[in-house]
Design a protein around this ligand. Structure first.
Ligand code: FNR
Length: 182
């Protein structure tokens, strides 16, 4: 059966490489998966005071969208060797109210994307720490540290073949992971 997979992109930049990679993954996804990029840039910084009686509409919208998805892919840059605040904030919003987390048991995968040589390794692994606590079975292999991303798109936005096959391998492995765990 086809599963809807939330894609969270950790950059809000219009010309974001991470967004470009997320869009390529959308196209490469096998027919068992429908990838859906979920907006996280409009979520106010998590604050229990504003979440108590009348949560912001964006919190409600985000939680409802996540509830309709059967898995999550994180496509994230690395900021200062860790996860950008927008990703961590989205995780925090989705984890509350206490006992109503949207994350539990959803199969996850992480791809970190950077122009740098080590492909956002630090962000990739810091993110895994939260996913353990959130009880998300997270794909281990293939590890996906997408470095040198500034050199893989041509002027028309097409991605180089080698990178495309890496992303194909990643999304196919994730589809198998979803099959096994969801
Ligand atoms: C960065 N960048 C960066 N890159 C990296 O490989 N490791 C790092 O620790 C950091 N730290 C960092 C901090 C901040 C605040 C910014 C704005 C940037 C560079 C980053 O990888 C680059 O800007 C990417 O292009 C960001 O991804 P998008 O926006 O293109 O998707």
């Amino acid at each position: 059966m086809n599963k809807t997979i939330a894609v969270l992109v950790g950059s809000l930049r219009k010309d974001s490489y991470n967004l470009k990679v997320a869009k390529v993954l959308e196209h490469l996804a096998p027919s068992t998966l429908t990838l859906k990029i979920i907006q996280i840039g409009d979520l106010p910084l998590y604050n229990e005071d504003i979440d108590t009686d009348n949560p912001p509409a964006s919190y409600t919208r985000f939680r409802q969208e996540l509830m309709t998805c059967q898995g999550v892919i994180f496509v994230t840059p690395e900021y200062n060797r860790s996860v950008p605040a927008v990703i961590k904030n989205a995780i925090d919003v989705g984890s509350r109210p206490y006992g109503k987390s949207v994350w539990g048991k959803k199969p996850a995968a992480i791809i970190s994307v950077s122009p740098g040589a080590i492909g956002g390794f630090g962000a990739n692994h810091h993110l895994r720490q939260s996913l353990v606590f959130l009880d998300m079975p997270t794909m281990q292999q293939p590890e996906a540290y997408f470095g040198g991303v500034a050199n893989v798109f041509d002027e028309n936005g097409n991605i180089a073949d080698k990178s495309k096959s890496f992303l194909q391998q990643f999304i196919d492995a994730y589809a198998a992971w979803v099959q096994k765990t969801a």
